[in-house]
Design a protein around this ligand. Structure first.
Ligand code: TRP
Ligand code: SF4
Length: 400
């Protein structure tokens, strides 16, 4: 019923680097031409782990938006906004919390993982436990159909589907519900179908609570009902409604293979990054001083590219001819390492050039960025408010 709508968020916890560009932003730039896209700054999510030093968040918000724009995310094609400027996310988070079993949150793999990874920080907080539910609210409030995320976030999308299903089961029903429920009744088989229908009629027409309990017991006994049909038949017993929240799909973003300056994955925590708009001289210096094959001590020693982090950068940045040149030159000691690094430096600078130029425009006139975000906030807020009207109504919070 809904056209595809893509939504994704990023936490503002520091400057973006080329790993983000190759892993996430290039993908956003591509998708903005294929789908309706909403991209937002997840500042509340950043607070769940950075509650004691929010300055980092404050500094990163605008830098991050400039990085997005620099990378080619285009406000004419995508709606860009800040989570906390759409307070409806918090309202939906609160309302969903009423029906969220604690066990679902406690069992989330990211919950224990992150607590172990950030062991220096007390993450046994209410806010951190609720991280995935806030994410669900982010997604469900826009009725997003596709959520591009990395592998680690897939359980959060699965959890979001379960929350939507639970919400719909408790407060409403899906589109085509009637037909699907009737088909599910048929699947019960002759006698049981008839029993179910009779019990439902007795409950709905005469308010017979015993009939309702019997019907529920009947459903509980059914071993081979699918989860969806079971929820339909439970829902169908008790009354009418409509689909309120739609279940999103995750769109798996291939794990970024972007190598850092030391050959490990590029990551702020490894201190091996080149930032998106890093100064040219700094980029040159960083690559020039990169470690190479440790066995290649003298210029006359032949090297082995497989043991060299520069070779990994060639995989990302060089064409076949350049790679053949480096491979041949390295293994025959025909070229020196500085020489070998030169085309990589040139390619990184070339990739960054349009980004630096686009960013300059926004740095020269920060009001452009403020206006883009103000527009986005407003657009997002309208959509969020529409969903919240349905949610409040479904939950009986209208008080008309
Ligand atoms: N949790 C996501 C991450 O760490 C960020 C995020 C917050 C998000 N809300 C979202 C991503 C909604 C997609 C959709 O990367
Ligand atoms: Fe690495 Fe190139 Fe030096 Fe070989 S020549 S060790 S691939 S930098």
């Amino acid at each position: 019923m809904f056209a595809d709508r893509v939504l994704s968020g990023m936490r503002p916890t520091g400057s973006l680097h080329l790993g983000h560009y190759h892993g996430v932003l290039k993908n956003w730039v591509k998708m903005q031409h294929e789908f309706e896209c909403l991209f937002f700054v997840a500042d509340w999510h950043a607070l769940t782990t950075h509650y004691d030093n929010p300055q980092i968040i404050e500094q990163s918000v605008w830098d991050m938006v400039v990085d997005w724009l620099a990378a080619g995310v285009d406000p004419a094609h995508a709606t860009l906004f800040i989570q906390s400027k759409v307070p409806e996310h918090a309202e939906l988070h609160l309302l969903l919390s009423m029906i969220t079993p604690l066990g679902w949150l406690e069992r989330m793999p990211t919950y224990k993982d992150q607590q172990e990874k950030l062991s220096g920080k007390d993450l046994s907080t209410y806010g951190f436990l609720g991280y995935p539910l806030l994410q669900s609210a982010d997604i469900l409030i826009y009725r997003a159909t596709q959520v591009p995320v990395g592998e680690d976030q897939v359980p959060h999308i699965e959890f979001t589907r379960e929350i939507a299903r639970r919400f719909n089961h408790i407060y409403g029903k899906e589109i085509g519900f009637q037909e699907k429920a009737e088909a599910a009744i048929k699947k019960l088989g002759g006698k049981k179908s008839k029993l179910y229908v009779d019990l439902r009629t007795r409950y709905q027409e005469q308010g017979d609570d015993e009939a309702l309990e019997s019907a529920k017991a009947l459903l509980d006994e059914q071993q081979n009902l699918s989860h969806g049909d079971r929820e339909r038949l439970f829902g169908y017993l008790e009354g009418g409604g409509k689909m309120i929240l739609s279940e999103p799909q995750s769109m798996l973003t291939a794990a970024s293979k972007m190598p850092g300056l030391d050959g490990q994955k590029m990551s702020k925590s490894y201190n091996n990054t080149i930032t998106l708009r890093e100064d040219e001289a700094e980029v040159t210096k960083k690559i020039r001083t990169m470690p190479t094959d440790p066995a290649r001590i003298r210029r006359t020693d032949a090297g082995n590219p497989d043991r060299c982090p520069v070779w990994q950068l060639h995989q990302v940045y060089s064409n076949e001819a350049t790679k053949a040149w480096a491979q041949q030159g390295c293994t025959s000691a025909g070229i020196g390492c500085i020489e070998c690094k030169q085309p990589v430096i040139a390619s990184v600078l070339e990739e960054q050039k349009p980004m630096r130029e686009r960013a300059q425009l926004y740095l020269d006139d920060p009001s452009l960025v403020r206006n883009i975000i103000a527009d986005g906030n407003e657009k997002a807020r309208k959509m969020a408010q529409e969903t919240m009207r349905d949610v409040r109504e479904a939950m009986g919070l209208e008080y008309k």
